[in-house]
Design a protein around this ligand. Structure first.
Ligand SMILES: NC(=O)c1ccc[n+]([C@@H]2O[C@H](COP(=O)([O-])OP(=O)(O)OC[C@H]3O[C@@H](n4cnc5c(N)ncnc54)[C@H](O)[C@@H]3O)[C@@H](O)[C@H]2O)c1
Length: 297
């Protein structure tokens, strides 16, 4: 199956993972529309020109319904259809239980607004179009490995020798890495965990339309966000352990190439120490397999 000629929207594509996803899709011959809050999203048409696909770049906020409407309507009208939605835009900011209300509200709007409301709005805008088109579709939501740490459910963890949390290693001193999220990340993690609500509900509702919905649960990957998290001066050792966005983008292409009978409702974890590649489907967890059995394709 070929992705050539399909049409995609990638959110948060000025830098980081979203930029790598846009590049990889364009290299496969996919027309790409991108939205980013950063001004330099305008560089995307020039960046992707070598792939000879159509490129639309919008500066806007994924949490703003009128920006979402503008992106989706223009993309459909220029490209003719929308086949792929990569809900990638995300922000991190420190937040915690002890914060005061004023800080909390501003943080909530920014962090949950981008990480959860943005995906919600793009889903609501694009899904009716995909259903109306009647030719299936692909939605990938980008979340965090805090949701799948150590391969949650734990029995699927390969416990690889490369994993820094591998308990069978003599060097490993601590407990297994818990799936409880990071420090100062209550809003970041709450927004990302909230994506499971969309993942499972949308996957069930859309399987009969041949629309798949999956999640990429990212661990430390070299990007603007991760560098800013380390005050733009990570140690050499730290940086050497990070995954590369380009490798993850190849996993995205491999996932899309599974086509309509491929997996759906799956959170795939990409965590440090694990090969950055699309692993075989795990089978459906958390919802009844019959609810997402492939329709006739
Ligand atoms: N890099 C990692 O280690 C890592 C780890 C876990 C999860 N993630 C997730 O991966 C996704 C991509 O992150 P990244 O590391 O590439 O980050 P990044 O900061 O390098 O890139 C994110 C992009 O999203 C854009 N963006 C932010 N808020 C936006 C908004 N409201 N509207 C439109 N665009 C917006 C940014 O301007 C930026 O271009 C995010 O959802 C992030 O939470 C990344």
């Amino acid at each position: 199956m070929s992705l050539k000629g399909k049409n995609a929207i990638v959110t948060g594509a000025a830098v980081g993972l979203g930029n790598a996803y846009a590049e990889a899709l364009a290299a496969e011959g996919v027309n790409v529309a991108v939205i980013d809050i950063r001004e330099d999203v305008a560089k995307l048409p020039a960046q992707l020109a070598k792939h000879h696909v159509k490129v639309l770049a919008f500066q806007g906020d994924v949490a703003n319904p009128s920006d979402v409407r503008r992106v989706v309507d223009t993309t459909r009208s220029v490209f003719g259809s929308i086949d792929i939605l990569i809900n990638n835009a995300g922000v991190w900011g420190a937040s915690g239980a002890e914060d005061g209300l004023d800080k909390s509200l501003a943080d909530y709007e920014k962090i949950v607004g981008t990480n959860m409301k943005g995906e919600y709005l793009f889903g609501r805008a694009v899904i009716p179009i995909m259903i109306e088109q009647g030719k299936g579709g692909e939605i990938v939501n980008v979340a965090t490995d805090h949701m799948v740490t150590c391969g949650t459910p734990h029995n699927v963890c390969p416990n690889l020798p490369t994993c820094p949390w591998n308990q069978s290693k003599p060097s490993f001193q601590g407990p297994p890495r818990p799936t409880g999220g990071g420090d100062q990340m209550d809003l970041y993690d709450a927004g990302k965990w909230g994506l499971n609500g969309f993942l499972f509900a949308w996957a069930k509702a859309l399987r009969s339309h041949n629309i798949r919905v999956n999640g990429f649960c990212m661990g430390a990957t070299d990007s603007y966000m991760l560098r800013s998290f380390h005050n733009f001066s990570p140690s050499k050792e730290e940086q050497a352990s990070w995954m590369r966005a380009e490798d993850n983008a190849q996993a995205l292409i491999d996932l899309l190439n599974e086509g309509p009978s491929g997996r759906t409702a799956e959170n795939m974890n990409f965590c440090v120490g694990r090969p950055v590649k699309l692993e075989p489907p795990r089978g459906v967890k958390y919802i009844l397999p019959a609810a997402v059995a492939p329709a006739g394709v």
